[in-house]
Design a binder for this molecule. Structure first.
Ligand code: ZN
Length: 313
């Protein structure tokens, strides 16, 4: 599976650059976030999950949090929180894994949940089995996928100021149409991990793909260069609304709920010092303002919604 994001990616960067609180991303942060965007789009598209897929890195360096959220229709948004400066030569571990305390989390939050159901979350460290810091996001995610799906996976990721791109190679648990039935024989599958010669051959070829090639070449050229000795069946690319696209799920209602979550005292404290409570969405840059009247309405409505409270008729 190959993803190559241009407009979607530059839209995310443009919104960040026009945020006067943060300014544009430093290059290493930009490229890491772009690789995360490409990877998250590939993962969501691969598992076709009916809910949001969120890929997060909790960093222990200047990048405190990087997050990408992808919906089932491949609408996606991304942001990173950076405290302090990031130099152009900064590595992945210098950004998010200085003391080996950084973590990568993948959260699957189903659209339809039974009461009390929690989202599924898998967490992997940013170091390998020997404790060595990983300098490639792709290695972190390959580890996650081997752990969570028991499937060998090869990922090649790259991003710059124009393109966020990725190539995902995954061994299917069974031969041919057997995968469609969804009946995976897990013992047989586990025996194949690392040993399937077809997968290994394809993975080695995929691993030779250079960052520049992934960023600059079209998909057909990439497939021809890598797999020229293989028989290739190419699926139709996703276009238009079905392709990955930028969209933010923030709303005035959600921000209102967040303010209620802060508590009335906190909200009144802010309003004692200024005319509005201002909340800016970190993903899209939208500004939400609540003045004293708006805030009073929020808390009145919240009281009415409390279980056992009086419902308006
Ligand atoms: Zn937003």
């Amino acid at each position: 599976m190959v993803v190559r994001l241009t407009d979607t990616w530059t839209e995310i960067l443009r919104r960040r650059a026009s945020n006067s609180n943060t300014g544009a991303y430093a290059e290493p942060v930009r490229d890491m976030l772009g690789e995360m965007v490409a990877a998250a789009a590939l993962m969501q598209s691969n598992i076709k999950f009916d809910g949001s897929l969120t890929l997060q890195i909790f960093g222990d360096g200047p990048v405190k949090l990087a997050v990408v959220e992808v919906q089932p229709d491949l609408a996606l948004r991304a942001t990173a929180t950076v405290i302090g400066s990031v130099e152009p030569t900064t590595t992945l571990s210098q950004m998010v894994n200085v003391a080996n305390a950084g973590r990568c989390a993948i959260t699957l939050d189903p659209n339809s949940k039974f009461p009390g159901q929690q989202p599924y979350q898998g967490v992997v460290p940013l170091f390998d089995d020997q404790g060595h810091k990983l300098e490639k996001l792709s290695a972190v995610l390959e580890h996650y996928m081997l752990q969570s799906e028991q499937l060998d996976t090869t990922l090649v990721l790259a991003a710059n100021d124009q393109v966020a791109a990725g190539l995902l190679i995954q061994r299917l648990p069974m031969a041919g149409s057997g995968n469609l039935a969804g009946s995976m024989v897990s013992k047989e599958n586990e025996d194949q991990i690392g040993l399937n010669e077809h997968y290994n051959r394809i993975a080695i070829l995929a691993g030779t793909l250079q960052r520049d090639e992934l960023l600059t070449l079209d998909v057909d050229t990439i497939l021809r260069r890598l797999f020229w000795e293989e028989q290739i069946t190419r699926f139709e690319p996703l276009v238009g609304d079905t392709a990955p696209h930028f969209a933010c799920t923030c709303s005035r209602e959600r921000v209102g709920k967040m303010i209620v979550g802060l508590g009335q005292e906190e909200a009144q404290g802010i309003l004692a010092e200024r005319a509005d409570i201002e909340v800016a969405c970190e993903f899209c840059g939208a500004q939400y303002r609540f003045d004293a009247v708006d805030a009073a309405q929020l808390f009145t409505a919240a009281v009415l919604r409390v279980p056992g409270g009086t419902e308006p008729h």
